[in-house]
Design a protein around this ligand. Structure first.
Ligand code: UDP
Length: 362
């Protein structure tokens, strides 16, 4: 055996783990079936703009240790995510805050907003929310749910809100101040120069084979242990059936103008617009290039020829995942990590935290 660890996937979990083990003198091989490192964080330059090829990645955390860790690989700017939502002809600020309420109801004070929301909540007669729809109605009432949540969520997940787990909507802050910061976390930013440099540094000193599928190496025992960040059901040959994922497709366009939409992220929350959001990448780094690159994001069902992105953590799939998790326990030579390996809707900081813990345990 030539390596201590065979790490499948050059994304955040695999690369952080490789970095940590390399530091401890272990020999790692990282493989990825894509032609590049960085997983879905990968950025590439188009027209001098760092394009987030697999969707908007804004780093945010409240964990000082994780913030210091990621800052040791790149200089982060002071970008604050403040997406806007377009519904029909109206533009609303996100997350749900006093700017949103003022636009929605023509009111000015938190007291006025709270009264309207309370009235709408009391009409729902829901006490214990059983799904995302009920959770959202209980949190913000009917108007916000119908204009800013329902259409967007159903496009993103491809199923009715009444069939989705409530926790998804709890990712979004609700506040009664005029504050458009999408996240509540203490630290936030985007690496100046893009994310790929971070992975180059994390993987410095580690062997990396790109365009390499795990199935090509499966039979050769080239490492003592495997770190597997691909989908866990694929690892076990789908023996209990396939876990459901949502996939995303991007349509990129280059425009001959310096500022197309005035914001990095614009959400389209009505069901008649087929895409969920448009991303104008230059705004992540306050770019002043003469041209601009726009990505329209379409959520699609994951098929064999599309990439899995978002685990569908509904009851049925979580139960199925439970079977795989039990099976994984019988494989002490494999660690499963990341969104696909752990079947979790993970933010970047939590993935890093989990990779650091896994390295520590080793
Ligand atoms: N969400 C919404 N309206 C929006 C933005 C988000 O209802 O305009 C809800 C929706 O339920 C969605 C969840 O928040 O599934 C997370 O969305 P977000 O865009 O933050 O997802 P991510 O950035 O992780 O892809």
């Amino acid at each position: 055996m030539m390596y201590d660890y065979l790490i499948v996937g050059a994304g955040l979990f695999g690369s952080v783990f490789a970095y940590e083990m390399n530091k401890r003198g272990k020999k790692c091989l990282v493989i990825d079936k894509r032609p590049h490192i960085g997983g879905n964080c990968y950025t590439e330059q188009i027209e001098g703009i760092n394009v987030h090829k697999y969707g908007a990645h804004i780093f945010h955390t409240s964990d000082k240790k994780i913030w210091d860790f990621i800052n040791s690989f790149a200089v982060f700017n002071n970008f604050v995510n403040s997406p806007v939502a377009i519904y029909g002809n109206d533009v609303y600020n996100l997350p749900f805050n006093m700017n949103t309420f003022s636009k929605m109801w023509g009111i000015k004070t938190p007291d006025q907003a709270q009264k309207i929301i309370s009235q709408q909540i009391s009409k729902t007669k829901i006490s214990a929310p059983r799904n995302l729809e009920e959770q959202a109605l209980l949190l913000v009432g009917k108007d916000i749910y119908e204009k800013l949540i329902k259409g967007y969520t159903e496009k993103q997940w491809g199923r009715p809100c009444s069939k989705l787990p409530a926790f998804i909507i709890n990712r979004l802050p609700l506040r009664f101040t005029y504050d458009n910061n999408y996240f509540n976390d203490r630290f936030q930013g985007v690496p100046i120069g893009g994310y790929t440099q971070i992975f180059e540094k994390l993987l410095n000193g580690t062997d990396v084979w790109l365009d390499t599928d795990y199935t090509m190496l499966k039979k050769d025992r080239i490492a003592h242990k495997i770190i597997y960040t691909g989908r866990i059901d694929a690892f076990f040959d789908y023996c209990f059936g396939a876990l459901e994922f949502r996939s995303v497709r991007y349509e990129n366009e280059i425009y001959d103008c310096s500022n197309f939409q005035g914001n990095a992220v614009v959400n389209y929350t009505s069901s008649d617009v087929p895409y969920t959001r448009t991303i104008e990448h230059k705004h992540f780094e306050f770019g002043t290039q003469p041209k601009t690159v726009i990505s329209r994001e379409y959520f699609i069902e994951q098929k064999t020829d599309t990439e899995p992105y978002y685990p569908v953590n509904d009851e049925k799939n979580n139960l199925l995942f439970g079977n795989y998790r039990e099976l994984a326990k019988t494989r002490s030579d494999v660690i499963f990590g990341g969104r696909l390996g752990e079947y979790r809707y993970y933010d970047m900081d939590r993935v890093i935290c989990s990779a650091l813990k896994a390295a520590e345990n080793e």
